[in-house]
Structure formats: structure tokens, C-alpha cells
Design a protein around this ligand. Structure first.
Ligand code: CU
Length: 113
């Protein structure tokens, strides 16, 4: 069987679509980890892409409680005891300051591009 010119173009378009969707899936599942220890975030700046998740761990023997408040993105976590992991997806681009309700000096900046 011989493919016509149109059929060949359709095959190459289909291959390109498959390649694009594989790339999109890989990009959407990135996770960055930020450790909380000694009443501090162990990272001061985190650079991620839209759709990525930041996973906050707590290695302190006491509770943290994280939040972000901006016009385009905000969240407010439950109290987070030692060992509990908090996963926060960032669905929009921007620069966001993440802070702790209990320890006002804690700050990590998340840049979402
Ligand atoms: Cu805290």
C-alpha cells in the first residue's frame, strides 16, 4: 500500500500531537520540596512552572501553618504537625510569598513561570 501525500502529512501531524501531549504530561507533574526546620524554610526562593506542586515538609517538633495571600493566588493550610506533608499546587504564574501563621519570620518566595 502506498500512502498519498495527504495521508503522509496526517501521519506526521498525529506523531507530533502524541509528542506534544507526552511533553505536557511530563511538565505538569514536577514537584519541588521545601523543608521546614528550626522555624525556617530551608529554601528561600523556589522556581517552578505553572501547574507544579510544592511539597512542604515539617521536621520541627512543633506545628506550622502556612498561607499565601495575593490577588491571583492564595491558600491557608490546616495546622501542620511534625512529619505531616503539605502539597500545594500553583496553577497561575506570579511571585508568591509563603508564610507561617505561627512564626512571622518564616518566608519562602515561590516564582511560578
Ligand atoms: Cu511555623
Amino acid at each position: 500500500m502506498t500512502l498519498t501525500k495527504v495521508q503522509k502529512e496526517l501521519v506526521s501531524i498525529a506523531a507530533a500531537v502524541v509528542a506534544l501531549s507526552i511533553t505536557a504530561t511530563a511538565l505538569a507533574t514536577e514537584v519541588a520540596i521545601v523543608v521546614q526546620r528550626d522555624r525556617q524554610f530551608q529554601s528561600k526562593i523556589v522556581n517552578i512552572s505553572v501547574g507544579d506542586t510544592v511539597r512542604f515538609t515539617n521536621e520541627d517538633p512543633f506545628v506550622h501553618q502556612l498561607y499565601a495571600r495575593s490577588s491571583s493566588f492564595s491558600f491557608s493550610s490546616e495546622a501542620q504537625p511534625r512529619g505531616k506533608v503539605l502539597s500545594v499546587p500553583f496553577p497561575v504564574a506570579g511571585t508568591f510569598e509563603i508564610r507561617c501563621e505561627i512564626h512571622p519570620k518564616m518566608l519562602v518566595t515561590v516564582n511560578v513561570r
